[in-house]
Design a binder for this molecule. Structure first.
Ligand SMILES: Cc1cc2nc3c(=O)[nH]c(=O)nc-3n(C[C@H](O)[C@H](O)[C@H](O)COP(=O)(O)O)c2cc1C
Length: 316
């Protein structure tokens, strides 16, 4: 069964949480348009997240989720809040939520975890998460090392009975179909929604995405094992220059601290323009509603072609 049926949403598509970007307002736009809106709690305190939850409840009656980054010092408090507030869906990133699983399962919160390797997912699997969001290195922002295509397949093999939402490299109906044909229950998109009319980022950041071509993203942070995918700019070029001789991440702090904030406010020179490889495919800033409609239309058209291809295969 696709994830939209299980969660009571129209489309099997999640908004990828994006710190400082996917707040209650933007998440509600996604939920109202038929996807799963997700509030990124980033480095917010419990009180700040509570305000976002209160706000989204005034903006939509549709399901929504909250993303918790486990390196946040407020994770324990935010998990308490999720349970107190009966938030239906939680999505963990940047760590393993094992210590929270029993309480969340007992409270009937549907738990998804963002994962980019099977070894990492193995222990969590025993705690019965509702689903894995399997994210390939093509994605924007902080990434792992494996590509989406093999990663989905190895997850299907290792965890055949877990729901999988594929992330990293999705923006079209064809790619939605591909994920579903591979046994995923849905997809998550970050970069595509970043280049939507409603996203809370400066137009210059959105234009950097739609003007990007293949081979125009790069990874910063590789040397210290914390890769971040960004669109190439002066900031990433400077980063790579300094990175060569750097002995710790601290040597790069001057460049990285506040760099996403700079991008969000339109500093496309010094900002960290976090975005995925799929930027090369995205050529238009569209309203969220149109993004969903186009993807579903493309998926349906592609399905027709797929059926005749299947006939050809059957006739081999
Ligand atoms: C600017 C930006 C910020 C992100 N911040 C978060 C975050 O706070 N929490 C998280 O779990 N994932 C974060 N992600 C990952 C997205 O939720 C999503 O999984 C990813 O963008 C999917 O790949 P795509 O960009 O190819 O669509 C971020 C991605 C981007 C581009």
């Amino acid at each position: 069964m696709l994830i939209n049926k299980e969660l009571g949403i129209k489309y099997p598509i999640f908004l990828g949480a994006m710190a400082r970007i996917t707040d209650a307002r933007f998440a509600s736009v996604i939920s109202n348009a038929g996807g799963l809106g997700v509030i990124a709690s980033g480095d917010m305190t419990k009180d700040e997240v509570k305000k976002e939850i209160d706000l989204i409840r005034t903006l939509t009656s549709k399901p929504f989720g909250v993303n918790i980054m486990l390196q946040s010092p407020y994770s324990d408090d935010i998990v308490d809040l999720i349970i107190e507030e009966k938030v239906p869906i939680v999505i963990f990133g940047a760590g393993s939520p094992v210590k929270y699983m029993d309480r969340l399962n007992e409270a009937n919160v549907k738990v998804f975890a963002l994962v980019s390797s099977t070894s990492f997912a193995k222990r969590l699997y025993k705690y019965n998460p509702f689903g894995f969001i399997v994210e390939g290195t093509e994605s924007g922002g902080h990434v792992g090392f494996e590509s989406t295509l093999p990663l989905i397949q190895v997850f299907k093999k290792e965890f055949p009975d877990v729901r999988i939402i594929a992330a990293g490299g999705f923006a079209t109906g064809e790619s939605l179909n591909a994920a579903l044909m591979m046994g995923c229950q849905g997809i998550q998109m970050g970069t595509r929604f970043l280049a939507s009319e409603e996203a809370n980022v400066d137009i210059k950041y959105k234009e950097a995405i739609i003007n990007s071509r293949d081979n125009k993203t790069t990874l910063t942070g590789l040397k210290f094992g914390l890769p971040v995918r960004v669109i190439k700019n002066e900031m990433s070029a400077n980063y790579h220059k300094i990175e060569k001789d750097a002995t710790s991440v601290l040597d790069l702090e001057l460049l990285t601290v506040g760099s996403l904030k700079k991008a969000i406010s339109g500093d496309v020179i010094n900002g960290s323009l976090m975005a995925g490889e799929i930027s090369s495919v995205i050529s238009e800033i569209k309203p969220v509603k149109k993004i969903f409609e186009d993807i579903i239309l493309e998926a349906k058209e592609a399905n027709k072609k797929y059926l005749s291809l299947m006939d050809e295969i059957n006739n081999i």
